[in-house]
Design a protein around this ligand. Structure first.
Ligand SMILES: [Zn+2]
Length: 274
C-alpha cells in the first residue's frame, strides 16, 4: 500500500443485527441507496437469532437466499455471534459493554456455540468473511476458537488502522456510529437500522453522498494491511477512544444526577424560607 493511501481517510460501512426478522421495510430503502452508490458493505448476520428484541417484525421468506445474493454482489458477510443472547456480564477484550454471548464462558461452551454458528453459515453455502461480536464483547478464547474454525478477520476494535494480532487474526477496527469527518485512518461506521425513522434514512443518504469517494470495501482493506503490527500509538488511541465512549454513554446519567441534586436543593431552600 502506498504512503499516500495510508495517510488518507477511508470508511467502511457495516450493518449489524441482520436476520430474517429485522425491519425489512427500512432495509429495502437502505439496500437501494447502497446499490445506487455501488457500495459493498459489511453485513453482520446472526446465524440463529433467538434475541426477543429482534422479533418485532415478521420473518422474511427465503432469508438465506437473500444472504447468498448479498454475497454474490461482493458484500462482506460476517458472523454476528450465534443466537445474539447475552449470558454473561463480561466486557471482554474491548471493554465497551458489560454483556456478552461469549466472554467469560469456558472454552467448551464457546467452542460449541461457535462451531454451531459456523456450521449453520456453511450449510447455507456461506463462508463467514469476518467475526462481529454482539455488543463488541468476546475474549481471547473466542479469538483462538474462531481462528481454528477458519475465520481470519475481526471487524472490531478501536485502533486507527487495521493490525494482525499475536494469535494471527486480522483486526479491522470499528470506531464510529455515523459517517462524519475523521482524520487519516480506516474507520468502520456501524449502523443498526431496525429503529430508523425517515429522518435517519435521509441522513444516511445525504452522508453517503458526501463521503462516497472515501468509502472502501472490507476485502480491499484486508489486502492492504496483511501484516501490520499493533503499535504503542494504537494502544494509546484505543484507550482514549474507549474513555470517550464511556464518558459519552455516562453523560446522560451525570446530567440526570446533577438535575436531581439541583431540584432537591431548590426544594430544601424553598422549605427553609419563612
Ligand atoms: Zn448485534
Amino acid at each position: 500500500m502506498s504512503a499516500s493511501h495510508q495517510s488518507s481517510t477511508k470508511y467502511l460501512i457495516r450493518f449489524d443485527d441482520i436476520c430474517s426478522t429485522m425491519n425489512w421495510a427500512v432495509w429495502q430503502q437502505i439496500e437501494e441507496t447502497l446499490d445506487e452508490a455501488a457500495l459493498k458493505p459489511i453485513l453482520a448476520v446472526i446465524p440463529d437469532s433467538q434475541d426477543p428484541c429482534m422479533r418485532r417484525w415478521p420473518a422474511v421468506k427465503g432469508f438465506w437466499d437473500i444472504a447468498r445474493a448479498w454475497h454474490a454482489k461482493g458484500w462482506t458477510i460476517a458472523l454476528h455471534g450465534y443466537q445474539h443472547r447475552y449470558v454473561t456480564r463480561k466486557a471482554g477484550i474491548l471493554r465497551i459493554n458489560r454483556r456478552s454471548e461469549f466472554a467469560g464462558l469456558p472454552i467448551d461452551e464457546q467452542t460449541r456455540k461457535l462451531t454451531a454458528a459456523c456450521a449453520l453459515f456453511r450449510s447455507q453455502g456461506l463462508e463467514p468473511d469476518a467475526w462481529v461480536a454482539p455488543a463488541h464483547s468476546f475474549d481471547r478464547v473466542t479469538v483462538r476458537i474462531l481462528k481454528d474454525l477458519g475465520i481470519r478477520a475481526i471487524s472490531d476494535g478501536l485502533s486507527r488502522l487495521p493490525y494482525r494480532c499475536e494469535d494471527g487474526m486480522l483486526w479491522v477496527p470499528q470506531q464510529i456510529w455515523r459517517l462524519r469527518r475523521m482524520p487519516a485512518g480506516v474507520w468502520t461506521v456501524c449502523y443498526h437500522h431496525n429503529e430508523w425513522s425517515n429522518a435517519d434514512l435521509e441522513e444516511f443518504r445525504r452522508d453517503i453522498g458526501i463521503y462516497r469517494e472515501q468509502i472502501t470495501r472490507f476485502d480491499e482493506v484486508c489486502l492492504a494491511y496483511p501484516n501490520r503490527k499493533k503499535t504503542a500509538f494504537d494502544r494509546l488511541f484505543a484507550a482514549a477512544l474507549l474513555l470517550r465512549i464511556h464518558m459519552l454513554s455516562h453523560t446522560p446519567n451525570i446530567c440526570q444526577t446533577w438535575r436531581r441534586w439541583l431540584t432537591s436543593r431548590q426544594r430544601t431552600l424553598r422549605q427553609s424560607l419563612p
